[in-house]
Design a protein around this ligand. Structure first.
Ligand code: NAD
Ligand code: WQD
Length: 340
């Protein structure tokens, strides 16, 4: 297949680029490099032994996307491009609606104009409401509690409406739970500039002595050890989920991508201690506002419809994430200055 990957220079997108190339697909990448790196695309190419086309551009530039889609004529678009910090979305909501919603609208317009009729969209488990009870099925109540989550939900609704209007169009929204891990070679993974919001990058920062200790946000949740429980999923499993979703359609579909297994903050710290063979200082602090006690996927629909099931366990996630961190103590090096 010819596939266009938006956000292919980012964490998950670059692993998808590697996998698509390795499977023999023809891959074009569009990324504005606001939070991505050309070095990640280069590593994906090296690992796959094949090259992708790269265009540095913003998906909000519809005219450029139209030209690109006419040129590439992809059979599918994997749409990763977007902003992903919950905390930043609360402070700068318009920025999130601009990149995530307006960016996706621009992409859909360009796809309509060029008759490209298949998209796989990176949604998030964050769309599930506080009232939903874990494990979350795709039918669980939706009520995102922050602008980031609402931006994902808005795009899902846009895709559903668009599919209803064009029966030949195929859109798959994949609701990721907590993606972690890296390519087992240690050459592709996640690096966060500054203080990460997410647990695993923060733990790694403590191991690298960039931060003093892990702050465990609350130990009085109704969970076995009182800390928050999450469904961490290896990024390799996530990428396989995208490959499986390429077969779906037409129409609008939505799938959870999670393992169905939850781990507490304490369990993640313990697993990472084993992976990096050292003690990780930590302390319990106040709950973080907006956190739920437990977020776990019911992955039955993806298993049934896509034949997809997560393969990797928490130790593999920690080992691979640590291998990448050891090889990239400063990330990929130069990350382009942020766009507007
Ligand atoms: P990332 O920041 O590493 O990758 C996103 C990429 O998109 C970056 O390379 C960035 O430069 C690019 N980008 C952002 N805005 C753009 C724009 N307007 N035009 C062109 N390129 C743009 O993030 P990631 O972790 O790889 O996440 C990929 C997708 O998955 C995002 O849409 C994110 O919301 C979603 N998601 C991520 C997680 C997670 O925990 N990582 C969980 C659920 C959903
Ligand atoms: C995991 C657990 C924290 C940091 C977020 C987004 C979600 C998705 C994934 C994009 C929780 C605890 C964390 C720390 C801690 N991203 N924690 N100390 O909140 O489940 O999900 O990232 O789509 O949309 O909401 O992930 O990694 O921040 O937290 O104790 O320093 O670790 O309270 O229980 P979360 P997380």
């Amino acid at each position: 297949m010819r596939v266009l990957v938006t956000g292919g220079a980012g964490y998950i997108g670059s692993l998808a680029v590697w996998r698509l190339l390795a499977l023999g697909h023809t891959v074009s990448v569009v990324d504005n490099l606001a939070n991505g790196s050309l070095a990640a695309v280069q590593s994906a190419e090296d690992l796959a032994g094949r090259a992708a086309d790269f265009v540095q551009a913003d998906i909000r530039d519809t005219d450029l996307l139209i030209r690109l889609l006419r040129d590439v004529q992809p059979q599918a678009v994997l749409h990763f491009a977007g902003l992903k910090s919950v905390a930043e979305s609360v402070a700068l909501p318009l920025r999130y609606y601009d990149h995530n919603v307006q960016g996706s609208l621009s992409l859909l317009r360009a796809m309509q104009e060029t008759a490209v009729r298949r998209i796989i969209f990176s949604s998030s488990a964050t769309v599930y409401g506080q009232a939903a009870r874990a494990p979350f099925a795709e039918t669980s109540p939706i009520e995102p509690v922050n602008p980031y989550g609402r931006s994902k939900w808005m795009v899902e609704m846009m895709l559903r409406d668009f599919c209803a209007a064009d029966p030949a169009f195929s859109a798959v929204a994949l609701r990721y739970f907590n993606p972690v891990g890296a390519h087992p070679s240690g050459r592709l993974g996640e690096w966060v500039a500054g203080a990460p919001n997410n647990l695993l990058p923060y733990i790694i920062g403590v191991v690298q002595e960039r931060f003093e200790r892990v702050r465990i946000f609350g130990d009085d949740y109704p969970t076995p050890d009182g800390s928050g429980v999450r469904d961490y999923i290896h990024v390799l499993d996530l990428v396989e989920g995208h490959c499986a979703a390429l077969q779906v359609g037409p129409g609008f579909s939505v799938y959870n991508l999670g393992t169905g297994i939850g781990y507490s903050v304490h369990e993640v710290i313990r697993a990472m201690q084993v992976a990096c063979e050292r003690a990780i200082p930590h302390e319990v602090v106040e709950r973080r506002s907006g956190d739920v006690a437990i977020s776990i996927a019911d992955p039955a629909r993806a298993r049934h419809d896509l034949g997809w099931q997560a393969q990797y366990d928490l130790m593999a996630m920690c080992r691979d994430a640590w291998r990448f961190a050891e090889q990239h103590p400063n990330g990929y090096g130069r990350v382009a200055a942020g766009a507007s």
